[in-house]
Design a protein around this ligand. Structure first.
Ligand code: CP
Length: 326
């Protein structure tokens, strides 16, 4: 297995099976620290730099919270507009990262351009963690989700997944790649072009990913309505279909957006009448109306557990890439 020390975490494509289990083992070790709201001194000499070119609540703050839990320091920016990368100069990734690498020991980057964290990793002497890149990947989120499943179900192999939402989403790509390493069939449920409203984009899994998943022997298929497939699911992972364009730095809220059609919506009634009693429902959040609030208090919802594990997983990744556990 490749060492995690000094390693960039850019994608789950080509992440190997035993590497998943190594990360999950370390997360399990970290969990009591977060659970008991303790801070330890494992990373007391280390600093995390946050470079967020797109808005975030969970990814940035979970990384920051994780660093604090491990006794480390945090600096960085949450709005590139206040840096030279986002003002008149539009400073390049290279020039920005050649500065940031001197301000800390690891950088977590979110960017609206697919591949930006990988470009940063070419120039950085410290590890880069991809906090989500355009319509690319979101590896730390899906590691969190798989860990949540493992924690709840005690195994991952053999579970059947249904993923609902916009398949252009970076989480969906990381999920597909991750499941190539497990015995987990998956069904993708997403709107085609014009399905939401006239002119709405095709949100089905892009061909380039389907080709790639097929070459890795992922057992996947597609469906049009969640109602057709939810009964077979052990894990239901949902993302919005009403959402901003992830290739833009920022988009203001639309005032005239449509509601999520029933095809992509998980209601109490649907769960109660069709879902397996022990299925688990994940959503990385933020949400629109695809999971109504009253689903929160059903037996299926696990997204608050997922949110807690977001800190645990980032603790594990920081400890691994900064060499606190090897
Ligand atoms: N799930 C997730 O990536 O949330 P944020 O956009 O708030 O970071």
């Amino acid at each position: 297995m490749r060492s995690f020390l000094g390693r960039d975490i850019l994608a789950l494509k080509d992440f190997e099976r035993q590497e998943f289990f190594r990360v999950f083992d370390v997360a399990e070790q970290m969990e009591p620290i977060a659970r008991n709201r303790r801070n330890v001194d494992m990373l007391k000499d280390k600093t995390l730099v946050t470079a967020f070119y797109q808005p975030s609540t969970r990814t940035r703050l979970a990384h920051e919270a994780a660093m604090h839990r491990l006794g480390g320091h945090v600096t960085g920016f949450s709005d590139a507009k206040m840096t030279r990368a986002g003002d008149w100069y539009q400073e390049s990734i290279k020039d920005t990262v050649k500065m940031l690498e001197f301000y800390g020991d690891v950088i977590v980057m979110r960017h609206y351009q697919k591949g930006a964290p990988a470009e940063a990793a070419m120039w950085s002497s410290v590890p880069i963690l991809n906090g989500g890149d355009g319509w690319g990947e979101h590896p730390t989120q899906i590691l969190t989700d798989l860990y949540t499943v493992l924690q709840q179900k005690h195994h991952i192999d053999g579970l059947r997944w249904v993923a609902v939402g916009d398949m252009r989403m970076r989480t969906m790509h990381s999920l597909g790649y991750a499941l190539t390493q497990f015995d987990c069939p998956i069904t993708f449920v997403a709107p085609g072009a014009d399905d939401l409203f006239p002119g709405s984009p095709d949100m089905r899994m892009p061909e380039e990913y389907k080709k790639d998943f097929a070459s890795y022997s992922l057992d996947f298929r597609e469906a049009e309505h969640v109602e057709q497939v939810i009964a077979e699911a052990d894990v239901i992972l949902v993302e919005p279909v009403i959402q901003p364009d992830y290739t833009k730095a920022r988009q203001e809220a639309a005032t005239d957006y449509s509601l999520t059609p029933a095809n992509y919506k998980i209601t109490r009634e649907l769960l109660a009448t069709k879902a397996k009693p022990d299925a688990m429902l994940l959503h990385s959040l933020p949400r629109m109306d695809e999971i109504p609030l009253d689903v929160d208090t059903t037996r299926w919802s696990r997204y608050w557990q997922e949110a807690f594990n977001g800190v645990v997983m980032r603790m594990a990744l920081l400890a691994l890439v900064l060499g606190a556990t090897e």
